[in-house]
Design a protein. Sequence first.
Lengths: 289, 267
Amino acid sequence: MEKWENNKAWFLVLPVFIIVAFSSILPIMTVVNYSIQDIWGPGQSIFVGTEWYEEMLADHRLHDALWRQFLFSGLVLLIEMPLGILLALAMPKRGWGVSASLVTMSLPLLIPWNTIGTIWIIFTRPDIGLFGAAVNQLVEFDHTARPLDAWITLMLMEVWHWTPLVTLLAYAGLRAIPEAYYQAAKIDGASTWSTFWYIQLPKMRGVLTIAFLLRFMDSFLIYAEPFVLTGGGPGNSTTFLSIYLVKIALLQFDLGPGGAFSLIYFVIVLLFSYMFYQALQRVGKGEKV
Amino acid sequence: MKVKKKTIGLVIYFGLLLMPIYWMLNMSLRTNASILGSFVLFPTDATFTNYIKILTDSSWYSGYINSIIYVSINTIISLVTALPAAYAFSRYRFLGDKHMFFWLLTNRMAPAAVFALPFFQLYSSVGLMDTHIAVALAHCLFNVPLAVWILEGFMSGIPKEIDETAFIDGYSFPRFFITIFIPLIRAGVGVTAFFCFMFSWVELLIARTLTVTNAKPIAAIMTRTISATGLDYGLLAAAGMLTIVPGMLVIWFTRNHMAKGFALGRV
């Protein structure tokens, strides 16, 4: 779509800019300050330059956590995006089923994250939890002892918790496609698959881009659920980046390294989000032609 | 036949989705000793003591009221500011538009842990500590960008001819925007409102940092169930069940907007 050129459009954006900048700029500058100083008390600090950055970049436990994080987010996206779209396609379009599905779908999203972790602790306990007891009828399964089991449990919890976000966005995107497109497809005798590929998917590009980016960012920053459920263990097998960050920054109360870590972390998320964004923009344009 | 297969798949998924929720309900109706004591599929010793404690103890239920207040303020601010901005991004080219658009989203990308202290300092220095408006404003940091991005996606799907026709017909911009344009993207507004509500509702770290007693959110009060004697799972599960209720009401009220979708009514 060709856009109108008009710098007065800034006036429409200004309120958003002010309200976001208010909470954004000062905190991030403060963290930049932390990251270049050694702080050992209120008002007692010394400038150390890039020392913390060098220390953090050389930290092999951070590297391990980073690869774990990439694996986790990759799996999350591979599972949740297709599953979310499929569910959105399967949801009813009219009648009482719409309300029922929308409400059911949104349930996991509405529970505070630390509570989700706690509920899943009991839910997956082999002796007293529904999931744990059911699975242990078939195979021996214990997420507190075996890394693979811990990963499976975390992935299940993550997919259970966040796939509805993709579904709700995709569903709203599907509902926004004018009926005329489907009628045209019907007249052309298009199959379900080609209707999906040439009409529904391109039309959902906007909402799917934001769903993809949201899932990437939030899964990359995930903290509360794995911290509560596995505490990063067994061993370090589920110590994701933010769990390691909190270990450094808050438990040892090292604001300097913590600040440097936060900013490195931020830049990684930023770079990947930008790459994904650019790539998704291009894919969408290609499909339209 | 095909339609049926889809529905069966959906019903199976909902069955799996409801299992942890059912377990939370199950736990919420039992005492802590009973939960930790044995596996019970259908509680026979069901009791409402956990719910009664939450609904009669003001230090508990005030958490729900606080959360509802700041979440509502946040959702309204997010929608009101994001709607015109999203329109600008979807319709106009202006200086720095692409950078601005992406910059907005970068505000969701920082790991929260280390930012808690600067947030505390910022909001104390402007004298907003322990108020609902502070939490509502702070949550705008991640909800406003989200709202702009989702709404922009929906607005870009609306052909520009609709705007042009309306302007030729002599509509002023505000009148066109409110009476014609917003109804066209109801699905988007519904889903945006729900997501703003949801993300603000479940956010814990910032909300806990910025509040002491007056505006303490329910998610922070729930951490009180951890005491010297361990965790009171029953009470926590009951509080968890109750945290779902307001969100269900929101999705119930926005469901028609989400489901109705697109109607090229006017032109």
